[in-house]
Design a protein around this ligand. Structure first.
Ligand SMILES: [Zn+2]
Length: 342
């Protein structure tokens, strides 16, 4: 009797295990598909090419970071996928370029001769006029031939140093070329002091990610068109991060300059970072030079698809607003100075 009941139990156990394995094999391929292969049709999961959630730093195209968004929330597939972004991170690769192989040609001699000697002028035009996104673009012309530089603030409405610095640039006088200032790119986000307007997506992910793509919305389209129409040579996009990039217990990109490495942009951005760091004594507060703004960002798209020398400049939100605005303005001045425009 004892023997029989043991074998019956064993028989039932084997049956149960068989059923479990069978049902697991029915579910597995579906679930596995979301995390493998081409990511072509995952439900609620979307792969993006960015190293950290909410940041404007992207990896070089040769080694894309594995990031996904799950129902709109971005995660990497490693530690961040499991526990959000509060875990200590691995240090991000700090910019180090091979020295002589890619020696840039001097920026100063590369200015584009665009304007024939006309008078100095200042003009304001409204982008996305007649829509709720309407925002002013200030056009400062020196009247002398030279580069066209565009400086943008307020793409993210909670990053105050960017738009406060850009507002001050509106009164700048330049000695050659043209300066375009768009101080409040996303006016509505600024008015609510948020990174973005809920339901409208991140403006700094709304620009073309491929050569064939168009900007995603009215505002991005208007800004992208300005870059094309004025044949912008240099673009600086002013942003902020919540901490210091060199503080490795955070994932912030505060105190970085993230540039698109093409068209000999390196020399000028190097000068900006070195110039700023000269007066910063604490090493963790120093600026780092990074390459590749995240895909879909203004700086990335104009750099990659319009041939503009471009970068995102990120101050840390830790110091006072006046210090941060000062960093932003200094960076802008270093650029303009490098281009002999001041
Ligand atoms: Zn930003």
């Amino acid at each position: 009797m004892q023997k029989v009941s043991t074998s019956v139990v064993r028989y039932i156990a084997i049956l149960l295990m068989g059923t479990l394995i069978l049902s697991a094999s029915l579910f597995l391929p579906q679930n596995a598909q979301a995390f493998s292969g081409s990511y072509s049709q995952p439900v609620g999961i979307h792969v993006i090419d960015s190293l950290q959630p909410g940041h404007d730093y992207g990896k070089p195209p040769t080694s894309p970071a594995i990031m996904v968004t799950v129902n709109g929330e971005p995660f990497t597939l490693n530690t961040y996928a499991l526990a959000g972004s509060n875990l200590p991170r691995k240090p991000l690769p700090v910019e180090k370029e091979k020295s002589s192989a890619t020696a840039p040609t001097p920026i100063k001699d590369k200015s584009v001769q665009k304007e024939s000697g006309s008078k100095a002028s200042k003009e304001t035009v409204t982008l996305a006029k007649g829509t709720k996104y309407a925002t002013d673009l200030h056009i400062i012309k020196s009247g002398k031939p030279g580069p066209v530089v565009m400086i943008v603030g307020g793409v993210h409405g909670s990053e105050k140093a960017g738009y406060n610095a850009a507002r001050k640039l509106v009164d700048y006088k330049i000695s050659r070329g043209t300066l375009l200032v768009l101080p409040e790119a996303n006016k509505r986000a600024i008015s609510i002091n948020r990174r973005l307007v809920q339901g409208e997506g991140d403006l700094n992910r709304s620009f073309p990610k491929t050569a064939k793509e168009s900007p995603k919305n009215t505002l991005a389209r208007a800004i992208y068109q300005v870059v094309k129409d004025y044949k912008v040579d240099w673009l600086m996009d002013m942003h902020e991060g919540y901490d210091y990039y060199k503080n490795q217990s955070t994932s912030s990109v505060g105190q970085t300059l993230i540039y698109y490495p093409a068209n000999s942009a390196r020399s000028a951005v190097d000068t900006i970072v070195k110039g700023l760091n000269k007066n910063i004594s604490s090493s963790y507060k120093k600026f780092s030079l990074l390459r590749y703004p995240v895909k879909g960002s203004l700086a990335r798209s104009v750099g990659q698809f319009l041939g503009v020398r471009s970068f995102i400049f990120e101050t840390s939100m830790k110091p006072s607003l006046s210090t941060r605005v000062d960093y932003q303005l200094k960076a802008a001045r270093y650029l303009l100075n490098e281009l002999n425009m001041l």
